[in-house]
Design a protein around this ligand. Sequence first.
Ligand code: GDP
Ligand code: MN
Length: 382
Amino acid sequence: MDLYEYQGKELFARAGIPVSEGRVAETPEQARAAAEELGGPVVVKAQVLSGGRGKAGGIKLADSPAEAEAHAADILGMDIRGHVVRRLWIEQASDIAKEYYLSVTFDRGEKKPLFMFTTQGGVDIEEVAAESPEALARLHVDPLVGFQPWQARRLCFAAGLEDPGEQKQVIAIVGKLYDAFVSYDAMLCEINPLIVTPAGEVKALDSKFTVDENALFRHPEVAEMRDVEAADPQEQLAREKGVTYVKLEGEIGILGNGAGLVMSTLDVIDQVGGRPANFCDLGGGGDAQGVVDALEVITSDAQVQSILFNIFGGITRCDEVARGILSALGQMAIEHPIVVRLDGTNAEEGRRMLTEASPANLHVEETMLSAAERVVELSGAR
Ligand code: GDP
Ligand code: MN
């Protein structure tokens, strides 16, 4: 789960990393009030889950509360790479002498957290990595030994940071960033830019903070930061119902059991000229409630024209899935044509149950290919 800049900064502040004081605003009036409270020049920053806000015009300096209000009116509602700005962060403006970059993330190849630090911050880090890789200091932390203070010194040294005052502050921030990374079960903590003010003070001007979804149960206060309004409504519904769901662009809703089977189903749909609207993975379950939940999520997507069930019975028995489908159809009204392909354990019995009950919109097919052809035909896509 990605956090907004202001949320990441709140976690930074809790970890003891210096950040500027600021306020959240959702209207131009609130932006003006925030600027008045903060006093002096402020920076008005779009809060969207996307980088490059500065380049897109989503970050503006304001010398007065009136100017902050005007900038807020411009930025609210702005579309930044498909993200509509509904919230702003109004922060005391900083004077910038230098812009550095510091991050910690996972290096899956090495199975270790990886720090990256460069004095060439403020720009895309990918650019630095591509154009002047020698300027990007990299350092792995052994998760069992934990972070050692000498590692922060080595990181500064490798990046060519020479000012003793800056070194001292950066070293402290590196240690605190590692603490934040570990204690919040983060996947990424990035500060770009990490600035040095003309007075020589080092602080985080931006934050990118990604936490591991699977560890959210350990951090209820972080889980609460999720912006439900910004989430896709189907994905939100799927999360509430505990269904694995991915939204795609076509017309055919897909339910399968097991990620591999679902992936192959997408390929076969494509092969016969159709386009998947989404897919749900029933996993090992095929009980009525699981099927009802998945169907509710799939049919709440207005793009869906027809639905394909592709089930391979292993531990899950096809007769159970058939029972689940029939009971789901009894519980909810679905007008879309549904094609079902059952194979594997008790497939014949499952198919017989469906054929005998024969709901009007249900079509049973024996192979994956014929089922894909049928469901594409029924979607009206060809
Ligand atoms: P991003 O574009 O989404 O990465 O947003 P950032 O928070 O990194 O801001 C982009 C740029 O805006 C920074 O690199 C700074 O150059 C500038 N900026 C942001 N806050 C301030 C500030 O308080 N003072 C000044 N002078 N510039 C700022
Ligand atoms: Mn940034």
